[in-house]
Design a binder for this molecule. Structure first.
Ligand code: GAP
Length: 506
C-alpha cells in the first residue's frame, strides 16, 4: 500500500478521521445534515492546537515588523449576533450572495459559478452539466443520450454561466432525467437569518455572522479607547462563522458552520500597501512554519472580477492556496489577505454616526485607518493539516500514520506497560501521572503492543513510552519515535526532560 492521491487519498483521510474520532458528520444518527460537521476527541484537540498556535503567533508573540520591532496585536471575542444594521452597513445584506441554480426536477441546488457543461465537439446536441471536478455523471448521461461510448476528449467543458440563455433549455442538470430542468441563475444571500426574542416579525430579524471581522470593526473604537494600542496595530479574533453555502462540499473545506481566525490590521492610509505586502508574506511563512510542504502552497492574486465587495477600493486580495487532494494538481483557497482600505470603518461611521477617525498627535493628522486583513479558516486549516499529515508506511503491519507536526499532535505521548503484570502497569501509571501535567499523555493498556503503536500512529502521536520487563532492573524505558519507528532506551528519571527537548525542537 502506497500513499494514494486525489479522490482515493480523500476517501482514506475521511475514513481514518471517522474511525479514529477526528471528524463525524453532524446529527449522524438522524441521517446527518448537509454542510455541518462535528469534531471528535482527537479532532477537537487538533483544532484547539491549531487555534492556539495561531493565537500564540499572532497575538501573544506576533512577528517582527518591517522595522525589526514587534508589532502590536490584541485579542477580541465578539458576539455572533450583532445589531442587524451591522450587516447592512458592511454590505453583506446587499452583496454577500452567490449565483444559484435550482433543478426543477431533482430539487437540487447548485452554485452557478461551480457548474460546467460538456459540449460535444462533433455535433450540435444537448449539453451536460456537472460540478467542477466531477464530470463522471455527466459523461454517463451523455452516453445514454448520444447512444454511444464517450470519453472526456469528445467534449469541451464550458462554464454554465457563459452559455447563451437560448442554450439553457438543452442542458441536462447533474441529477436530472431530462434536459431543460435548470432555472436561470439568481443571487442567493448566504447569511443565516434568525429572530431575536419571542416575536418573529421582520423587526426582530438578526443574522448569524458570516465573518468574524465585523465584530472587530464594531469594537475598534472601544479597543482604541481602553487599551494602549495605536495605529498601526491589529485586533485578532477566532470564532464561529456561518454561511448558508449553496453547495457545501469537499468534506470540511466548505461547510455551513465553520471557524475563522481573522486579524484586522489598522494603519495609516499611506502605509497600507507596505503592510499588505508584509502580512501576505508573513501569513505564507506561518503555514510553512507548521510544516506544510513548500510545493503544496502558493500565493495567488485575485483577478479584479473576483474581489469581495469590501476589497474593491483597496489594492486587492491575495490567497494563500493549498493543493488539496480534490484540487490536485490545482490549488484551492486556504486563507485570504485582503486590503480592505477604509471601506468598513467608513461604512460603520456613516451608518452609526459614530466618529471612527484617529488623530495622530505626532503628525497632527486625522484619518480613518486603512485595514489589511489576514483571514484564515480554522476548520479549513485543520483539513490542510490532516491532508499533509496522512502517510502510509508499507513496512508497518498497520501502515497508516498521521505525521502531525509535534506542536499540533492531538496526543503528544502514549504510555504503555508491555504486559499487564510484574509491576509494569504500576510503573507506567506512575510515569503517566508524572508526565500528564507537562504533556498531553494517553495511558493505554489494551491489546498487544503492536496494536497500541498502530493506534498511536493513526492518532499521530509523536512518541510512545513502553515500560517493559527490563525496567525494574535498569530503571529505563523504551521511547519509540512515530516517524522512524526507531526505539531508544531512556532512564526513567530522564523521560520528562528527554521529551521536553524533543518537543522544544518541534
Ligand atoms: N473576513 C474576510 C472573509 O471572511 P473569506 O475569504 O470569505 O474572507 C476567509 O473567508 C477564510 O474563511 C477562507 O479563506 C476560508 O479559509 C474560510 N472559509 C470561508 N468560507 C468557508 C466555508 N464555507 N467553510 C469553511 N471555511 C470557510
Amino acid at each position: 500500500m502506497t500513499r494514494p492521491t486525489g479522490s482515493e487519498l480523500m476517501e482514506k483521510i475521511v475514513a481514518l478521521c471517522k474511525r479514529r474520532g477526528f471528524v463525524f458528520p453532524a446529527s449522524e444518527i438522524y441521517g446527518g445534515i448537509n454542510g455541518f460537521w462535528d469534531y471528535g476527541p482527537l479532532g477537537t484537540q487538533l483544532k484547539n492546537n491549531l487555534r492556539d498556535a495561531w493565537w500564540r503567533d499572532m497575538v501573544e508573540c506576533p512577528p517582527l515588523g518591517p522595522d525589526g520591532h514587534p508589532v502590536s496585536i490584541v485579542g477580541l471575542d465578539s458576539s455572533i449576533i450583532q445589531n442587524p444594521r451591522t450587516w447592512e452597513a458592511s454590505g453583506h445584506v446587499g452583496g454577500f450572495s452567490d449565483p444559484m441554480v435550482d433543478c426543477r426536477e431533482s430539487k437540487a441546488r447548485y452554485r452557478a459559478d461551480h457548474l460546467l457543461v460538456l459540449r460535444p465537439r462533433s455535433e450540435e446536441t444537448d449539453l451536460f452539466a456537472f460540478l467542477e471536478g466531477d464530470p463522471g455523471p455527466a459523461l454517463k448521461q451523455a452516453k445514454k443520450v448520444l447512444r454511444r461510448a464517450v470519453s472526456e476528449e469528445d467534449f469541451v467543458a464550458e462554464p454554465f454561466t457563459g452559455l447563451d440563455p437560448s442554450e439553457r433549455g438543452r442542458v441536462w442538470g447533474p441529477d436530472a432525467s431530462s434536459a431543460g430542468t435548470l432555472t436561470e441563475p439568481r443571487q442567493f444571500n448566504l447569511m443565516f437569518r434568525t429572530f431575536v426574542g419571542a416575536a418573529s416579525g421582520e423587526d426582530n430579524v438578526a443574522y448569524l455572522r458570516p465573518e468574524t471581522a465585523q465584530g472587530i470593526f464594531l469594537n475598534y473604537k472601544n479597543v482604541l479607547d481602553t487599551s494602549r494600542v495605536r495605529p498601526p496595530f491589529g485586533i485578532a479574533q477566532i470564532g464561529k462563522a456561518f454561511r448558508n453555502e449553496v453547495t457545501p462540499r469537499n468534506y470540511i473545506f466548505r461547510s455551513r458552520e465553520f471557524e475563522q481566525m481573522e486579524m484586522e490590521w489598522f494603519c495609516a492610509p499611506q502605509e497600507a500597501q507596505q503592510w499588505f505586502e508584509f502580512w501576505t508574506e508573513a501569513r505564507l511563512a506561518w503555514w510553512r512554519s507548521l510544516g506544510v510542504q513548500e510545493g503544496n502552497l502558493q500565493l495567488r492574486r485575485h483577478d479584479a472580477d473576483e474581489l469581495a465587495h469590501y476589497a474593491r477600493d483597496g489594492a486587492g486580495t491575495y490567497d494563500v492556496e493549498y493543493r488539496y487532494p480534490f484540487t490536485d494538481p490545482g490549488f484551492g483557497e486556504l486563507e485570504g489577505i485582503a486590503h480592505r482600505s477604509s471601506f468598513d470603518l467608513e461604512q460603520h461611521q456613516q451608518a452609526s454616526r459614530t466618529k471612527l477617525e484617529y488623530f495622530d498627535p505626532q503628525t497632527q493628522e486625522r484619518f480613518v485607518p486603512h485595514v489589511i486583513e489576514p483571514a484564515s479558516g480554522l476548520t479549513r486549516g485543520v483539513l490542510v493539516i490532516l491532508c499533509e499529515a496522512y502517510d502510509v508506511d508499507p513496512s508497518r503491519p498497520s501502515p497508516e500514520i498521521m505525521r502531525f507536526p509535534k506542536r499540533l499532535a492531538p496526543i503528544q505521548v502514549g504510555i504503555f506497560p508491555l504486559i499487564n503484570k510484574l509491576g509494569m502497569p504500576e510503573t507506567a501509571e506512575k510515569l503517566y501521572l508524572e508526565l500528564r501535567s507537562r504533556f498531553v499523555v494517553q495511558f493505554d493498556v489494551k491489546q498487544s503492543i503492536g496494536k497500541r503503536y498502530a493506534r498511536m500512529d493513526e492518532a499521530g502521536t509523536p512518541f510512545c513510552v513502553t515500560v517493559d520487563g527490563d525496567t525494574a532492573e535498569d530503571q529505563a524505558v523504551t521511547v519509540r519515535d512515530r516517524d522512524t519507528g526507531g526505539q531508544e532506551r531512556v532512564a526513567l528519571d530522564r523521560v520528562a526532560s528527554y521529551l521536553s527537548e524533543r518537543f522544544a525542537t518541534a
